[in-house]
Design a protein around this ligand. Sequence first.
Ligand SMILES: Cc1ncc(COP(=O)(O)O)c(C=O)c1O
Length: 362
Amino acid sequence: MIPLVKTLLPSKKVLLPRLEKILYSGYIAQGESVDEFECEFSKFVGNRNCLSVNSGSSALHLALILANVQPGDEVISTPITAEPTNTVIAQTGAKIVWSDIDFETGNICPDDVVRKITAKTKAIMVVDYAGIPVNIQRFQEIEEKYGIPVIQDSAHALGATFNGKKLGNHFQYTIFSFQAIKHMTTVDGGMLCIKDDAEFERAKLIRWFGITKGKCRAENDIEIQGYKYHMNNVNATIGLVQLENIDDVIDKYVDNGKYFDRELQGIDGVELMNYYPKSQPSYWLYTLKVERRDAFVKHMANNKIMASQLHKRNDVHSIFKGSKCKLPKVGEFEKKWVHIPCGWWLSIKDRERIVNVIKKGW
Ligand SMILES: Cc1ncc(COP(=O)(O)O)c(C=O)c1O
């Protein structure tokens, strides 16, 4: 079976000596390797304010805290995502206000977001679902016009670009996840990219109990609520080794994605996704809209190819019942949406076979 997602770790020969060195160095907590990882990641993304954390979820929570989201506030979000995007909003005590999506991309719809802004809206959560960048131009205008920070959940979109610039630079806050099956894994981990230098300093404090690292404990006075969200030297070491090869890895996803964009055109029962102008997806998953989705998934499985919707529309979870509202485009998308494998593990033969199997019909 060709899997839909797969963990990529560097070879033992490359990774294990580096891990051994750090594991027995006497310093496995947050230290120099973490600083180095942030520095290399900053170069990769092109934003100097990159703060590593222990998960993408922690990065999202930190962003919501920086945006000053409090119990009773509202955060506009999309149900087409993995659950952590929204469970983390619930964690703050804020109310999620669902926005509908653009059917053509599966991503949150700027016009519907504008309709749902109220005096209580404290943040707008946008997700580059499956690696397709959101409508960045429109959301930048909204962030500017309404003075409401946009949190970009780019957990699926490492290496994707808008206007030639990598995601991680376009909004007040962008997060990445380094969980097991993402473009890049550190086993678990995340990154928060911040626009504003002063906020970056505040984020460092919140990341670690509200304590200033490097200052003696006796001189520290905790003034704000902090958390244990930091990355450690072991995960950072894995990240450093992964970064050495990340361009090639992302290129493979993009090359496969572009191949499917070309080869899957004009097939009965298949609708391809659109991308917003000037944006380049990083195709963490390849998304399609298909007629008779269950039959499609079965047909692919019969041919040893895993296809799946992978996520469930988040608004139907009981925990979010207080936010229920009509989302017609989500409803349409939900009936048809499916992902096929697109990552580094596909050989040229594999991707040709995937296209041929789809062309046969189901
Ligand atoms: C869209 C999205 N946002 C956030 C997260 C949370 O990331 P993590 O698992 O690193 O906490 C995930 C991943 O699992 C995700 O897919």
